[in-house]
Design a binder for this molecule. Sequence first.
Ligand SMILES: Nc1ncnc2c1ncn2[C@@H]1O[C@H](COP(=O)(O)O[C@H]2[C@@H](O)[C@H](n3cnc4c(N)ncnc43)O[C@@H]2COP(=O)(O)O)[C@@H](O)[C@H]1O
Ligand SMILES: [Mn+2]
Length: 672
Amino acid sequence: MPQGPSFWFDTRIYLAVVAALLVVIAFYNHYVALLGIVLLYTLYLYGRDRHRERRKALSQYIESMANTIDQASTYALQNLPLAIAIIDEQGQLYWSNSVLAKWFGDVHTGRSLYDVLPSLEAEKIWGKYGIVTERSGLKHYQIIHKPLEAEATGCQDFLILYINDITRTETIKAECQGAMPAFAYIQIDNYDDVLKGLTDTQRTAILAEVNRQLVDLFAGLAGFVRQFGEDTYVGIISRQALIKLMDSRFEILDKIRAIHGGNKIPVTLSLGVAADEPTIATLTQRAQAGLDLALGRGGDQAAVHVDGKMQFYGGKAKAVEKNTRVKARIVSQAIRELVEDSELVLVMGHGGEDFDSLGAALGVAKMARHDGRRIHVVVSQPGVAVNKLQELLPDYEGYEHVFITPSQAAALVDERTLLFIVDTHRPEMTAAPELLEHTERTVVIDHHRRSEVFITNPLLVYLEPSASSTSELVTELIQYYDDNIDLTRLEASALYAGIVVDTKNFAVQTGVRTFEAASYLRRAGADPTLVRHLFRVDFDTLRARAEILSNTEMLPGGVVLALCPAEAKNAQIVAAQAADMLLTIEGARVSFVLFPLEESGVGVSARSQGDINVQVIMEQMGGGGHQTVAGAQLKNISFAEARDQVIELINNYIQESDMHESNSAARGKKIR
Ligand SMILES: Nc1ncnc2c1ncn2[C@@H]1O[C@H](COP(=O)(O)O[C@H]2[C@@H](O)[C@H](n3cnc4c(N)ncnc43)O[C@@H]2COP(=O)(O)O)[C@@H](O)[C@H]1O
Ligand SMILES: [Mn+2]
């Protein structure tokens, strides 16, 4: 490197010192001093020239260095392991480094970056600092976006994007995730029923077949399965294998259901499976909760907790009626103890009460009154069923003011209050959801298949999806509560009406226990004339029902779809009744009636003959219900959109079932 200017400064100091010495020498010898001055001057001239040359060389060196650094930094910017793009609000490229073109092909100034990265959401990133991850084909990118404001650019606002290719990291992450364990609890739902009355050889053959199917399944998935009770198994597979199992829509359920013993009862299986949990303890807890949920929903299904949410597969078999009433007796006694420990008993059903929830509520109220407790039934708002009963109740002593509003109930409730929730177990569907926040002493009695959302920490739960109705369950509880309970004509008739509603007049979902409950109620005074009176509808309602029927479309695959007129009174009930009626059409497998919701939106009443699980379809629309009777409420949607959604879901359902069960071609026809 050339020497700098300090060298010439130093030289001049030396020359000045020599000049001073020459002055001293001149005092003694003029000739020597003169010679010294000539030499000194020559030295000065030489030094000055050398200094000029060096200064020139130095500035040339600095200039070349600057050029090199400029080139190096440009090279570095263009060849970063990052793509950089500067875009405007429309996504148009103003500048980018060459890496962007290398990764995304034809990108040039003026072209929109959103064309090459369509998943990038302009409104989410424009003007903001942040990091997003995007996928483009097989590649994954992490994008840091940073605003570049007009003040800095002197013209307009821009956004700088630093794009990092994280495909390798994401691939490794996906591989690791795929190798994580998924844990399964598996249970034969109906072990005793299937094996009842079979010979030892038949029993062994059935159990061996179940075993073989499970072992084959897990071996095929490179997993592990082990029986740990007579009807229970645990299994472990990788998360990747679980995804395969989900893609097959748990075909194992169909294979197991095809196993029949001599008594013709098909074997059904329930699975609770969990993945993506931080510890083995939470993984197994989630799997256990999934199994409870699958069993609570009637069995013959898998409840899978993956990606932070629960998904259900299967659920095609009917819930099998339990032929023992031991549980009813135990629950009844437990209820009695809770009632005796309370001062006030409140009962509520689901909002938009029907006779099942009101009949069951009056039945529970009867038990509490029998023990001398203050009781009230909390109702959401006047409706057909509430109004009908309200007209009759004042004739019965103590029932004059039995119905109260949610706000009246909130004013009464204290820590000694016992709150019964009947005919639903979903907090948001209760007549007064806010009441649940005021009391922790709750009891749930319901006949719906268990859904994921449930009343928080109830003291007691009596959930029997195989029962026809909550009124049937409450009728049994009354019989075990106290032999001396004497139902009034109205109480018995309300409970009877509850059974009638949910069984469509004893046509569906009925078991031996349904008829036994009905005959107990008849003996206790249930009056068919009064029940008929409860179900009478006004002329407008009847006309609305007729209009629905005239608006009916018969679609391929046995799908019947109808629309309820927008101005119909009691639209929900009319739609429910029409959906029931539509199933009586020859060839109808499933019916859907769309109706206007009071608070805007579209409601759906869905009914099935049994082979299509409408609960699963309605759950996909945010609703629920049972396998053959279900419903949903859709917000911010038009009738046409709701119709399209229903058709798409039933199409998918039929196609999937056909794929897995090789149903006839006619059934699999696409609906338009
Ligand atoms: N959002 C939802 N989440 C979970 N479950 C839901 C949701 N929305 C509806 N459901 C359940 O779906 C079934 C079917 O409901 P539905 O409205 O189609 O039918 C119920 C009543 O409307 C209907 N009903 C009431 N009174 C009469 C009558 N007089 N005649 C005929 N039909 C009538 O009967 C159904 C009773 O259902 P239940 O109260 O659940 O037993 C239902 O299970 C919803 O809870
Ligand atoms: Mn019910």
